[in-house]
Design a protein around this ligand. Structure first.
Ligand code: ADP
Length: 334
């Protein structure tokens, strides 16, 4: 597993529970989302009614699950967690919905991966607080409407474009989470260090933040690896030197690129003169599956402007050449 993978690993699961901010006021970053959500929740609280359903979109590791937990905490209601892949049949969803208590918050992670039939049931339930339970089969089947107490759905998705419009429209409040800037990550890391009982100074924290790809989950993971290094090789103090040495050991460079990212850039620049080159050719050159290059390395490289996708394939941007310390040849495409 890559130490810069934004996805949640088993190891993260346990630690993350301890590191999550519990209330909106302790949630650093995403100021617009925080203010908007704060308003929606406060208004609902004053009305004594559940708020609109909330859709959170954005890349993994930016705090969608954390915000869902915060919504429930701010409303002082229980949270029920499930996910699109866990709901493959409408019946699975009916079971969850019919057991909700009034005002409860239902978190549906990866909501874009729910089955079509469950989706249809969900948007009726979200609108009318009702599910139709089908009894019997064939021509004799009848739909028995079941009233539900009002509740709030918090949906999370990395791909909001994949949600069918009728489902998307049932969310009265939609927020997109963006990558965090270094100052926010610094704040998050100071907080995490405190919770983990790790002594960390500003330079060490700043170094980790700069290599965390704008993602709190990665920041917290890198902090744990630097802490490990500092405990084994020193007094356990996270400082600049510890961060630099430990992150070099884990192949995370000064801007957060790892071995695969750099291999892709090296191949693109050194072997293909900066491209453009097709994905599969590039993948063969780095000895990986095309899918791995496309889904694991490319998103960050494209977002940060190291690589540009062109109709004729991938091309290196000036930033890629600079990062590798190579002068771009005159023939370079960009
Ligand atoms: P997602 O559901 O978007 O994949 P999570 O909510 O599970 O992300 O967050 C991943 C980790 O990052 C958790 O440990 C969480 O505590 C931390 N995290 C995310 N956003 C923030 C934030 N704004 N402040 C502090 N920690 C955060």
């Amino acid at each position: 597993a890559r130490v810069v993978d934004p996805g949640r690993s088993e190891d993260d699961r346990v630690v993350e529970a301890a590191l999550r901010p519990r209330r909106l006021a302790e949630f650093p970053g995403q100021p617009r989302v925080r203010d908007q959500l704060g308003l929606v929740l406060e208004a609902a609280r004053r009305r004594g009614r559940p708020p609109d359903h909330v859709l959170l979109s954005g890349p993994p590791g930016l705090g969608k699950t954390t915000l869902a937990m915060i919504v429930a905490a701010e409303l002082e209601k229980p949270l029920r967690l499930t996910s699109g892949p866990a709901i493959q049949h409408a019946g699975d969803l009916a079971a969850v919905l019919s057991s909700l208590d009034e005002g409860e918050v239902l978190f549906l992670d990866e909501i874009h991966r729910m089955s079509r039939s469950a989706e249809e049931m969900l948007y009726l339930a979200m609108e009318d607080f009702r599910v139709d339970v089908i009894v019997g089969k064939g021509p004799g089947a009848t739909a028995i409407p079941l009233e539900l107490p009002p509740f709030t759905v918090v949906g999370a998705t990395t791909r909001s474009g994949l949600l069918p419009a009728p489902l998307r429209d049932r969310f009265g409040f939609t927020a997109h989470l963006d990558y965090y800037d270094v100052a926010d990550l610094v704040q998050i890391l100071h907080r995490s260090a405190g919770l983990l009982g790790v002594e960390a100074d500003e330079d060490g924290i700043r170094e980790i933040a700069g290599r965390s790809r704008g993602t709190p989950r990665i920041a917290n993971r890198l902090l744990r690896r630097v802490r490990d290094w500092a405990q084994v090789h020193g007094e356990g103090h996270v400082d600049l030197a510890a961060a630099q040495v430990a992150l070099a050991l884990f192949d995370v460079d000064a801007v957060g690129l790892d071995r695969l990212d750099r291999a892709v850039l090296e191949a693109l620049c050194r072997r293909f003169g900066g491209g453009p080159v097709g994905l599969s050719t590039l993948a063969v050159a780095v000895g990986e599956e095309a899918d791995t290059v496309e889904t694991v390395a490319e998103p960050y490289l494209v977002r940060e402007g190291y690589i540009v996708r062109t109709p004729r394939g991938r091309a290196a941007s000036p930033r890629a050449w600079t990062h590798l310390g190579i002068t771009a040849p005159r023939s370079a495409p960009l």
